[in-house]
Design a protein around this ligand. Structure first.
Ligand SMILES: Nc1ncnc2c1ncn2[C@@H]1O[C@H](COP(=O)(O)OP(=O)(O)OP(=O)(O)O)[C@@H](O)[C@H]1O
Ligand SMILES: [Mg+2]
Length: 268
């Protein structure tokens, strides 16, 4: 089933700035899609349009087969979750436990059921031992894992990450990459859209969509999209060393497809 269908979507913040320019495409249920593109190419605008935080042009977005409009926006949004870039802006509770409880209260979960549900979600992101810690004492990666647990505890069918790893160090980035993969394994039907500059992450997705100046310039398998270094350069993306290395190895017939940077280095 097509879980997201976008049809001639356009969005302008004002007369001059066309942020999204006549975009059409679709995403199948259960896919993990990485969205890449240079700064200002329209990725966050696109995420906000999908969440109904900005108003799309008429009949341009369908989610779960339902047209997104003023009447349906609340219902559709309740079936989706979003994790943003800044780990410090995602906390409402004084401890990790309180933070997760807050979300569950909004879902009207009974007090006596809360502890076991909080444990369950903390376990999913490997944060059980941190439940009574204060957010300021966590690393960026740990904070983002709590944010992910909070989103997951709402049982979303679509989860959007808007550069959730951008402010993290390499270790934090790796933690979140692994958390996303686990999330996908635990919930095969969940659709994941991840806006990312982390090419290592783009490699682990099922599909990559590349934005350039408010348009989609390609959609395909990560290895096909990331192989085309000239194209990536044309749309203003830096080619990370690891991608060049991977491409060069593959050109020599050494297959490193689907391996992480660490695995490639180990192989060498
Ligand atoms: N609130 C706003 N008002 C006016 N223009 C905006 C606003 N937010 C974004 N824009 C413009 O819309 C375009 C797309 O911005 P957007 O934030 O969607 O890009 P992005 O791909 O998410 O970039 P980044 O990688 O830097 O996060 C840019 O030209 C930007 O300057
Ligand atoms: Mg952005």
């Amino acid at each position: 089933m097509k879980i997201i269908e976008v049809n001639h979507l356009s969005y302008k913040y004002n007369e001059k700035d066309v942020a999204i320019n006549d975009v059409s495409f679709s995403i199948d249920e259960g896919k993990y899609v990485a969205i890449i593109g240079h700064n200002g190419s329209g990725k966050s605008t696109f995420a906000k349009l999908l969440m109904g935080l900005l108003e799309p042009n008429e009949n341009s977005i369908k989610e779960f087969g339902i047209d997104l409009n003023r009447k349906t926006v609340h219902e559709l949004r309740s079936r989706m979750g979003i994790v943003f870039q800044n780990p410090d802006n995602q906390f409402v509770g004084a401890t990790v436990r309180d933070d997760l409880a807050f979300g569950l209260e909004n879902r009207c979960i009974k007090r006596e059921d809360m502890d076991s549900i909080i444990n369950e979600y903390a376990e999913k992101v490997n944060m059980v031992e941190f439940l009574d810690k204060e957010p300021e004492n966590l690393s960026g990666g740990q904070k983002q894992r709590v944010a992910i647990a909070g989103v997951l505890s709402m049982n979303p069918e679509i989860v959007i990450f808007d550069e959730a790893t951008a402010m993290l160090d390499p270790r934090g980035k790796k933690e979140i990459r692994e958390t996303i993969l686990k999330m996908k394994k635990d919930n095969p039907g969940m659709t994941i859209l991840s806006i990312t500059h982390d090419i290592e992450e783009a490699y682990q997705a099922d599909e990559v969509i590349a934005f350039n100046d408010g348009k989609i310039v390609f959609q395909g398998k990560p290895e096909d999209v990331l192989k085309d270094e000239k194209k990536l350069q044309e749309i203003g993306l830096d080619i990370p060393f690891v991608v060049s290395l991977r491409n060069k190895l593959e050109a020599k017939g050494i297959n490193v497809r689907g391996s992480s940077l660490e695995e490639v280095v180990k192989e060498l």
